[in-house]
Write a protein that binds this ligand. Sequence first.
Ligand SMILES: Nc1nc2c(ncn2[C@@H]2O[C@H](COP(=O)(O)OP(=O)(O)O)[C@@H](O)[C@H]2O)c(=O)[nH]1
Ligand SMILES: [Mg+2]
Length: 452
Amino acid sequence: MTPVFAVVGHPNKGKSSIVSTIAQNDSIVTSPQSGTTRQVQRYDILIGQARYTLIDTPGFQRPSRALAWLQDHAVSADKRRDAVQQFINDDHCQKEFPEEVMLLKPIIDGAAILYVVDGSRPYGAEYEAEMEILRWTGQASMALINPIENEDHVHDWEQALSQYFKIVRVFNAMQADFEKVVAMLDAFSHIREEWHGVLADIVVEYRKFRANQLTESSLLLEELLTQLCTYRVSQKVMTKHQADSLKDILQKKYFADVRRIERQHHESLKSLYRYHHLESTIDELPLEDNLFDTQKWIMWGLDRRQLTVAATLAGAAAGAAVDIAVAGSSLMLGALGGGLLGAGSAWFSADSIAMFKIKGLPLGGYEAYQGPIQNRNFPYVVLGRYLYLADALRNRTHAHRENLQIQEGDLSAHISKLNSSLQANLHRALGRLRQQKPTEDLQQSLHALLQG
Ligand SMILES: Nc1nc2c(ncn2[C@@H]2O[C@H](COP(=O)(O)OP(=O)(O)O)[C@@H](O)[C@H]2O)c(=O)[nH]1
Ligand SMILES: [Mg+2]
């Protein structure tokens, strides 16, 4: 038995938006133009192993006249549902009230009702005909107040809706977070007895799905960091002179590839969170600049001081309890040698992001190569950028259709929320990646970071 929900209400109240948000999918068409959803659209939702159906409808067009027709065809309450059935089958009604027929049909066929109103617009008696018709179907129902512009009229709506619906919830299509969606489904399991078990399973699947997205996103991040930290491009040539002349070409290719690899992973992350149409923008990785001192790099990654603390933590023996306060104190930094923090110091050495090298080959000829990465901040920059995208995706709803602009974030604030052993592991693992050494423990720290 697959639960089916019909999302109904006036046109342009956010029905399609709510469908997107509940379905966790941005492929559903929403529009500022009233009447964009002209036909009933069935969406078979698959969340993990859970299946159910959401039906998006065009919305009521002539509810008062439709109700008048129904009232003429039902003499008493026990005949109301039959009257609705008759209304759907009636040729004249199909021509006169195509939208009402369309939206009532799935409900009479067994769909539960999600009635959507706009809490920023005043309540009006004209909605009563809609609610009355819905009541006549005898189906389980819930009202969702979508406060499109503000919450000014939510209270009035609650007063009116609670007379027609057992459950009335404020549900902002643009802001309803994952928990809100789950709570809505859970509430439904209590008003429709025969769906209780299956809706409880759906809620479990939603949670598993969400946890799975998090795990997948941390694996994707690990892959991105590993690829970018180890990436290099090379070319074999006959003479040393030819090898020398490859420097610019290889560097260009290297930069382009690094950017492409990052972009691909960002796109995969968007698909993982079921954003298939979302345009996002982020500044290009500033690879050409003198890396460490540019503001951009510090903006995405860590600043000098934080990098020094990171190196201190990374250097501590694995498993040793590291006192972060001590590691970060000026005492400790002083012990490391004040020179470390000096501008242009060799420790941060980063006049080029990756080395260009030429190697003689045993059988003659030369190989020129660019990469792998040298810069200490590089893995942090990649990490920071991915983290901001992941956070933005997790905190937005699929009803949002504006472009997403990824701007600066605060990586060190994110990192400092981890416990000290996870922090030390993270720094150690990123340090090892940069040194082309195998890492363990990276996954766990990344997972914790993404979880926030
Ligand atoms: N700001 C804001 N806009 C919303 C909200 N819900 C819907 N909209 C916008 O209102 C318009 C109509 O929404 P849509 O879902 O297509 O309404 P429908 O006709 O009832 O399906 C679209 O431009 C949506 O982006 C909301 O909660 N807040
Ligand atoms: Mg619509």
